[in-house]
Ligand binder design. Structure first.
Ligand code: ATP
Ligand code: ZN
Ligand code: MG
Length: 500
């Protein structure tokens, strides 16, 4: 790595008269800095004095950042020369800042980032920053910019590569009752109605009964036996929560954003009301005038808000492990081209258990959760399904999760065979839920502590629409054909409403 910073200090007064003293100060400063180990070495390579200004050039080849030296130099100058000569640094200016660093892989194409011009040559990257102010340096953007360039180059190698997938367990093959798409058939029967906007559904009594049964089974067969306690969270997630979890940088194109009115002042809304009454249409231009910019989004997954609720808390040893779940917040995701039936929708109902505890507590919980889930999918649903290790984007990028076999941290996907999609070997199976242990990633970002134990956390996303389609795709819509275990929970459907 090489850092090359050209900048200047503007003093409160002319400093030509103390040129020599300034020279001595700089060589002393260099001496002191140079005394550090080679890794930390930096040097003021040249300087020039013009009236009130001191121009200089700081170069570092190691881990020491010249911009961090700036404030140090400023402080030393005021200590050593300031009082004696009644001068002070009024302004710090950086004219150019060039940072050269090595990349692990040779970039496949150009990379752009904000605040700098990036040049790539072989495995070498150069970032040229211009017009950098003190605030910019203080905020530690530089290191994040270096990381972002490295990450973008790494991503060029991931592109087009599927998620890592490794089978852990498979049920035996099961003969499906039919091979139709359950959503289409339920629509034909009027159990379900396509919602008023993209990727939303209206569940009439029959479909609602099935979805609600899934919820009941999840709670009674999985969560309650393991001691999970229900919590109720807010549906609207402010950006600062997603900044901490990484969702805001991870999936900004999938959120449903929430805006607040800019005002409740009736007078300000009067024109909009007039226009609505007269035209019976929505005047979006007028509406926009009274709306704020979004500062939040609709729940994407329930866990971020649960972690937020523990932010900064120290949990007593007796309360560990914490097992809680939310089943109230509805998830919103802009799925765009991927939408299909009720299995890939923009609005869905999930139960999300979250667990916080020691590594041992969570590894043991994972075994128990898997056991309970197996019981549901084998003994109650009687479906053909499998489990696989997968590595989601954020773990892959953080390089935190090894891609080999048994592991402490990581995500297990649960997938079901969907007969309507074709051959069980060739068709894509449906991920109907997952289970993750994420190490200390979230407890660290939300500063959640215990009295003495090191904490880990994890979550499991139980998608009720996904459970429903996985079950119906194999077992059909006729309750008589459903397995006995499921019939214990739902043996007949509500009569529903007849349309003429
Ligand atoms: P996919 O790869 O299918 O998009 P995902 O990896 O985005 O899923 P997660 O964020 O891991 O899903 O969410 C966990 C669970 O939430 C899924 O296993 C599924 O049950 C449910 N889920 C996610 N997205 C949807 C959706 N668009 N419609 C219905 N359920 C969903
Ligand atoms: Zn989660
Ligand atoms: Mg998704």
């Amino acid at each position: 790595m090489k850092f090359d910073l050209k900048g200047s200090f503007t003093f409160s007064d002319n400093i030509l008269s103390i040129k020599e003293e300034m020279g001595k100060f700089i060589s002393d400063f260099n001496e002191n800095l140079l005394k550090g180990d080679a890794e930390k070495r930096a040097e003021i390579e040249s300087f020039k004095i013009e009236k009130k200004s001191l121009f200089f050039n700081i170069v570092s080849h190691g881990s020491f950042r010249p911009h961090n030296a700036l404030l140090q130099i400023k402080n030393s100058i005021s200590k050593e020369l300031g009082k004696k000569h009644h001068i002070g640094v009024r302004e710090i200016k950086i004219d150019s800042y060039e940072i050269e660093f090595d990349l692990e892989k040779k970039p496949l194409k150009e990379v752009d980032i904000p605040f700098a011009e990036v040049k790539l040559e072989g495995k070498k990257a150069t970032m040229a920053l211009t017009n950098v102010d003190e605030e910019f340096l203080r905020r530690n953007y530089i290191d994040r910019m270096i990381n972002r360039v490295k990450e973008k180059v790494d991503n060029q190698y991931y592109e087009g590569k599927g998620e890592y997938w490794k089978s852990i367990w498979e049920s035996e093959e099961k003969e499906p009752v039919w091979s139709k798409d359950p959503t289409e058939e339920m629509v034909k029967l009027d159990w379900l109605k396509q919602g008023p906007t993209k990727g939303k559904w209206f569940y009439r009594p029959q479909a609602a009964a099935i979805l609600k049964t899934m919820e009941e089974i999840a709670i009674k067969e999985v969560l309650q036996p393991l001691g999970f306690q229900e919590i109720i969270e807010s549906q609207i997630v402010p950006f600062d929560i997603w900044l901490k979890t990484g969702h805001l940088e991870g999936m900004p194109s999938e959120f449903y954003y929430v805006v607040e009115p800019a005002t409740r002042d009736v007078e300000k809304w009067e024109k909009f009301v007039d226009l609505t009454k007269i035209t019976k249409e929505v005047d979006f231009n007028e509406l926009q005038k009274n709306l704020s910019v979004p500062t939040a989004g609709i729940c994407y997954a329930q866990c971020p808000m649960i972690y937020w609720s523990f932010k900064g808390k120290t949990i007593s040893e007796e309360s560990l492990p914490i097992f809680v779940y939310d089943k109230t917040a509805v998830s919103g995701r802009y799925e765009s081209g991927g939408r299909h039936g009720i299995e890939r929708v923009d609005e869905f109902h999930r139960i999300e258990p979250v667990y916080i505890g020691t590594r041992e507590q969570l590894l043991s919980l994972r075994e128990k959760l898997i056991e309970r889930y197996k019981h549901v999918f084998n003994d109650i649903f009687d479906i053909e399904w499998r489990m696989a290790w997968v590595t989601p984007w954020y773990m892959q990028q953080a390089g935190k999760i090894g891609a080999t076999g048994e592991q402490d941290c990581g995500t297990i996907d649960f997938e079901a065979y969907m007969p309507y999609r074709g051959d069980r070997k060739k068709s894509e199976w449906l991920e109907f839920q997952n289970l993750s242990i994420l190490g200390d990633k979230y407890v660290k970002s939300f500063n959640i502590k215990s009295q003495k134990s090191e904490l880990w956390s994890g979550c499991s996303g139980i998608g009720l629409e996904r459970w429903t389609t996985a079950f119906l795709a194999q077992k059909g819509l006729d309750p008589d054909e459903w397995p006995a275990g499921f019939k214990r929970y739902l043996k007949e459907l509500p009569k529903g409403i007849e349309f003429l």
